[in-house]
Design a protein around this ligand. Sequence first.
Ligand code: GLA
Length: 425
Amino acid sequence: MGVPAVVAVLAVVLALPARGLENGLARTPPMGWLAWERFRCNVNCREEPHQCISEMLFMEMADRLAEDGWRELGYKYINIDDCWAAKQRDAEERLVPDPERFPRGIKALADYVHARGLKLGIYGDLGTLTCGGYPGTTLDRVEQDARTFAEWGVDMLKLDGCYSSGKEQAQGYPKMARALNATGRPIIYSCSWPAYQGGLPPKVNYTLLGEICNLWRNYDDIQDSWDSVLSIVDWFFTNQDVLQPAAGPGHWNDPDMLIIGNFGLSYEQSRSQMALWTIMAAPLLMSTDLRTILPSAKEILQNRLMIQINQDPLGIQGRRIIKEKSHIEVFLRPLSQAASALVFFSRRTDMPFRYTTSLAKLGFPEGAAYEVQDVYSGKIISGLKTGDNFTVIINPSGVVMWYLCPKAQLIQQQGPRGTSRLPLL
Ligand code: GLA
C-alpha cells in the first residue's frame, strides 16, 4: 500500500464513529427504583392520583429514596418506564411528556431528583410505538431523542424494542449508543435488544452488547408472582454458560426488577429473590411502593452485606454449582479479596430441610479455613475448614446465604488493634 492509500484508509477509520459505549458508567450493577412492575401503565390520575404515572409518583418515590436510607445504600436511580409521553410529538417532532401528568416537564423532574442526590432514568422504545402504544423512536429519530434526553438531564435510558424488526434493532441499538455518547452527558444505557432476539447466541452477540450497552434485558418481563421469579431463575441458570461470562464492570445481564414488597412473594421467597439476584450480579431495581413498604421487605432490600456482595468491584456473575436430587440448589459467586458468596436454595414445598455438605464438596480448595457470616441472620461461624461437614436448615422456597472470607487472609487484614475486617451487621 502506498502512502496515499494508507492515508485514505486512516481517514476512513478515523471518520467511523466509535463503536464502544466508552461511558465509564455502571462499574457495579445499577441500583434504584423502576416504575413498571408495580405501577405499569396506570394513567388514571383522576381516580388514582397517587398510583398513576405522573411527576408526583416520581417525586414521592425520590423523597422516599432520599429520606428512608435507600440513597446511602446505593439505590440512586429513580426510573420512569413506559406511558410518560404525550401521544404526539411536538411541532419540532420532539418527544414531550404528557402535559397533564407531567405539567412541569421532565427537566424539572430531573432537577428535583438531582437536588436530592439521586439520578433520573427514562424509557424509550426503538420502533414506531412503545410497548404501551406511546410514540417510539424510529431509526431516523435516534439522535434527536438522545439529545432531548440529555437536555432534560436524564442519567439513564431503558430502550425497549416493541414494534421494530430484528434488522432495525441491529442498526438502532448501536446507533443509540453512539448518539448517547455524542451528547457528552453520562447516560447509563439499558438495552432490551436481546430479550427480543430470544436472549441466546447465535442471534444474540454478547460481545457486541457488552461494547454498546451498560445492561440488557435478556428474557421475559417479571410479574408479581413466585412462578415468574422461578421461570427467570430457571432460564438464567440453565443458560449460565452463555450469560455468566457476558457480565462484568460496565456491562450486566438484567433479569428484571425486584418485586419484593409487592403482593406475589412470601417472606422466604422475597429473601430468595434478593439472594439470587445478588448471586447473578443483577441490577437492583426495585419496583414497589416505597411509601407503604413493610419493614420486613425493607429489611431484605436494605441488607448491607447483601448489597456489598451485589456491588462487589470484581463484578463476576455467580453460577449454580449443584442441583441436588433433594431439590436443594447451591450457587456460588466469587468476590474480591478471595471472598465468596454461597446461596443454598430450597425448591422444596414440605418443611425446613437439613442440608449437609462441606466446602470441599462445593469445590473450595483443600486445607483452607474460612470465616463465615450468614447474610440474613448475621451469625458468624469462625474457622470453618474445607473438609468440615456442616448443616444448613433451608426453609421451603427459601435460602440460606453465606459470605465467606479465607481465614489466613483475615489475619493478614487485621488492623493494629486486631479489628476484624468481617462486616458486622
Ligand atoms: C416491555 C418491557 C417492560 C416494560 C413494558 C412497558 O414489556 O419489557 O419492562 O418496559 O414493555 O410497556
